[in-house]
Ligand binder design. Structure first.
Ligand code: NI
Length: 184
């Protein structure tokens, strides 16, 4: 289990905002020689995700094009349920679909309904390299698919119409400009 209690502000990593080329790239698989990097990365990813706050974060969002994602869909009042996924892969998906209004730390303040399989089976390695397979439904299934998308250079807005996507991307760009102006 990842210890997220002893994380300092120095561990927080800046989150890339769309559009950014790293967010559009297919991330490379984690190999054995990455183990040390991944081990140091995971607590920082959790810290960054919890601070944001968010329920999932993929390595490309912090500028690392590696197939690593962290997820925690537990509610604030419930115990933390951190999930580390290295080289995750959806191996089965239900034909039954689920619609969820998704957001993303790389598209702050932007939301859209996205339709995805409601139940999935996902294979991955945990932080210690152990092979795992879980079945997920509900919010967890949605979140895992959203994070795996990030590893393939896909954002939630790529699942909606071009018209809606353009509206969101323009709104995001405008908000980011306003934010930058307020800082300068
Ligand atoms: Ni996201």
């Amino acid at each position: 289990m990842t210890d997220t209690a002893n994380i300092s502000a120095a561990d927080l990593m800046p989150i890339l905002i769309a559009p950014h080329p790293v967010l559009k790239a297919k991330a490379r698989p984690v190999i054995t020689s990455d183990n040390e990097l991944v081990r140091s990365l995971i607590p920082r990813m959790f810290a960054t995700m919890y601070k944001a706050p968010g329920i999932g974060l993929a390595a490309p969002q912090i500028g690392l094009s590696l197939r690593v994602a962290v997820v925690d869909v537990s509610e604030a009042e419930k115990p933390l349920a951190p999930l580390v996924m290295v080289n995750p892969e959806v191996v089965a998906a239900s034909s039954e679909l689920r619609v969820h209004e998704e957001g993303c730390l790389s598209l702050p303040n932007q939301f859209a309904d996205v339709t995805r399989p409601s139940i999935i089976k996902v294979r991955f390695e945990d932080a210690s390299g152990m092979k795992c397979e879980i079945e997920a439904d509900g919010l967890l299934a949605t979140c895992i698919q959203h994070e795996i998308d990030h590893l393939n250079g896909v954002l939630f807005v790529d699942h909606i119409s071009a018209l809606k996507r353009n509206i969101i991307m323009r709104k995001l760009a405008k908000e980011q400009r306003t934010k930058a102006e307020a800082r300068s």
